[in-house]
Structures are given as structure tokens and as C-alpha cells.
Design a protein around this ligand. Sequence first.
Ligand code: FAD
Length: 408
Amino acid sequence: MAGTEERSRFLHLRRVSAAMLTAEQLEVRRLALDLARGEVRPHVEEWDRQRQVPQGILDAMAELGFMGMRVPETHGGLGFDLPTYLVALEALAWGDASLGLGLAVHNGPVTRAVHAYGSDEQKEAWLPRLASGDVLGAFAVAEGEAGGDLASLVVRAAPTADGSGWTLSGEKAWVTNGDRAGLLVVLARTGEEGDGLSAFLVARDTPGIQVVERERTMGFSAAEIVTVRFDRVALPSQALLGEVGDGHDVVADASNVGRLGVAAVALGIAQAAYEHALRYAGEREQFGRLLHDFGAIQEKLAGMALRIAQARSLLLHVSAAAEAEAPAEGIHPASLRAQVAMAKVAASEAASWIADEAVQIYGGYGYMRDYPVERLMRDAKGTEIHEGSSELLRMWMALDAVGDAGLS
Ligand SMILES: Cc1cc2nc3c(=O)[nH]c(=O)nc-3n(C[C@H](O)[C@H](O)[C@H](O)COP(=O)(O)OP(=O)(O)OC[C@H]3O[C@@H](n4cnc5c(N)ncnc54)[C@H](O)[C@@H]3O)c2cc1C
């Protein structure tokens, strides 16, 4: 464990960005870091091996309000704005990326979808339970045959003959939190054409829902990523979120918040990898000198610090813009899509590059399961794919840049 002086040296990047944070955000970050340092970090390797986080840590998160960061206070949450939420999430993901990813899905797209599109009854039914942690949320969009290409989704919700509800059938892939979730936001086909999609709030204990496979993921091992099968699941009409055909909008809006969350998780990974590498470079001696005395290693450390500072500044900037432009309820303006994409691509690619450099600085030990940077490298890769792959997000940036000038 690093001493106080050493720790403050590790945290110098945080001091740089702290200049941009409000007193409330600094306090929230301190709380989240204390929790991550005391209750999360000591157990990360064990959770990675066991491929799950214990319920106790989710209960501890709930106790401090971290399950309801984006639920309004009127419904029992903390009602954080986007920048404050992301500051807290980065700190928690610094503790453990798998835990961070689960929190990002729960507090991000799931909470956003209910809050922005839910009826008063749906909000009353779900928001207080999400905020208290009684119910964990999962976001079920991707399928084995289609992830980013929503027009190709095949999971179907058919109206019942008497018009009283819906019958949901098919399989959703890679559902984070899917095993433990009490609420799934499910995107399903309700029309024939590509855009004929609707979103549903599906209680996990509805008969006919089954977790058929626990995915053997490269990283995020403890995030409980599963395949969920819906076998003629009977849903009441009140399960529909928004109107029939709103599914694409619901997911586009919720995913904007989801992407910012994944960016914060990526930053937590990047910061952790950087700190490990910095410490190791100050301890390991080769050729009679500490690694951090070699120019090649200094260049790596400087590059890592630079990429973190760039990505964090961009995320703060974009999340502040999103907060200013997006109404609490309603649809995120499409104009935000490219900015959010930039923030997510910058953070996730920085995380992968930094974790890779951290493994390199550790040398042979870095390649061993016994050292944390190997896990961080596996986790980082997932942030480049989940909630919009970098290629897809770059395409949106290009579309935004060139407008109607040729791309469609
Ligand atoms: C850690 C993790 C957690 C996840 N959690 C969830 C979850 O909770 N809920 C959920 O619904 N999904 C989840 N997913 C799934 C994830 O959202 C999808 O994997 C992602 O959207 C990509 O879709 P795909 O896998 O079908 O890739 P594909 O769409 O098949 O893409 C394959 C490759 O082709 C590229 N590509 C595709 N289309 C284009 C194009 N038009 N132009 C250029 N390149 C293109 C992609 O960028 C990618 O590199 C998770 C995935 C991971 C890795």
C-alpha cells in the first residue's frame, strides 16, 4: 500500500483536473475514492477470479447513494448532474472496472430510459427501487447477430390478440448485470421495417425469462455478462416505454448517457494502470538504476499522463455541454451524439493504450496474472466495444463533420 506522500504523488493528475471541479464534486469524489480504496481495491483480484462482485459491495454502494446517482431526489436518488455522476463513477471504476461497468449500466442507460421516457406510474414503480439498490438494472439491446446495427435486431414483441399486452420472444446477448438484474430495459421489434422498434421495462421475475449462458469474457470478468432468453414472455401493456416505435429514440438517448459512463469507467482503468506503472517504475532497478530514470520509461509515463488529462478534460467538457443542452426529461439533442462519441473514443482508446504501456513497463511481470496491469489491459479493451464500437462512433463524428456532404 502506498504511503501518504507516495499516494499524493500518484494523484497529481487528479489535482490537475480538480481545478475544474466544484466543491460538491470534490467531496463526492473523495467519498467515492475512500470507498474504492477501502472496500473495493483489496478484493479486486478475488472478484476477478470468482467472476462476480459480492452483493455486500452493491449494498455498501446503495447505502451511500451510489445506486441512485442519476435518479432525481424526488424519487429517492441523489440527483447528480452528469459531470458529478461521471466524477464519482471514474473513482469507483478506479477501484474495480467490473463494478464500475455494472454501475455505469444501472445508473446510466437504465435510469435514463425510465426517467426520460417513463410514464408517472413507471417512474413511481421503478425509480425509487433503482435508487435504493433494491433493484439492479440491465440494458438489453445487442443480439448475437446485431449489436450496433439496430435495424437488424430480431427479438420480437408481438401484441396479444386481445390487445392487453405483448409477448416477448428471442435472445439478447452480452447483457451486463443480466444475472442479478431485477429490471431489464429491452429493445424489441414491434414492426417489420428496420426502425419498427420499441422499448420495454421487463421485470426479471416475469415467467419465461432465463439466463442461458454466462459469457466467458476477456475482461470485465466480474460484471456478470450473460445471454438472456425470452420464451414467450407475457408483458402487460404498461411495460411499453414511451410509444410504439419509440425504441430507436429511447436507446439513442439512453446510450448517450451510457457512453459517457463507459468513458468514465475507461478513465478509471487508465488512472489505475498509470498509477501502478508509476509506482513500479520507481521501485524496479535494472542496470543499477530505477526504471523511472530511463528516458524511454519517462516518455511512456509522460504520454500516459497526457492522454489521461486530455480524455478527462474532454469528458468533463462534453458532459457539461450535455447537461446544459439536454433536458432532464426528454430527448438528448442529436447534436450531442458526435461530441459524446468523441469523449467515449478518446477515453476508451486512451485506456487501452495506457494499460498496454503499463504492462510493458512491468515487463515479464506485467504479463502475469499475479499483477494488476494484466487485468486492466483486458478490461480496457471492452470499453472500445461496449456502448458503440470506436468504428461506429467515428462514423458518427464524420457524419456530424461533413453533414450532408456525401456520407449517408
Ligand atoms: C464488455 C461488454 C459489455 C457489453 N454489455 C452490453 C449490455 O449490457 N447490453 C447490450 O445490449 N450489449 C452489450 N454489449 C454488446 C455491445 O454493445 C456490442 O458488442 C457492440 O455494440 C458491437 O456490436 P457487435 O458485437 O454486434 O459488433 P459488430 O456490429 O458485428 O461489429 C464488428 C466490427 O465491425 C465494425 N463495424 C460494424 N459496423 C460498421 C460500420 N458501419 N462501419 C465500420 N465498421 C463497422 C465494428 O466497429 C466492429 O469492429 C457489451 C459488449 C461488451 C464487450
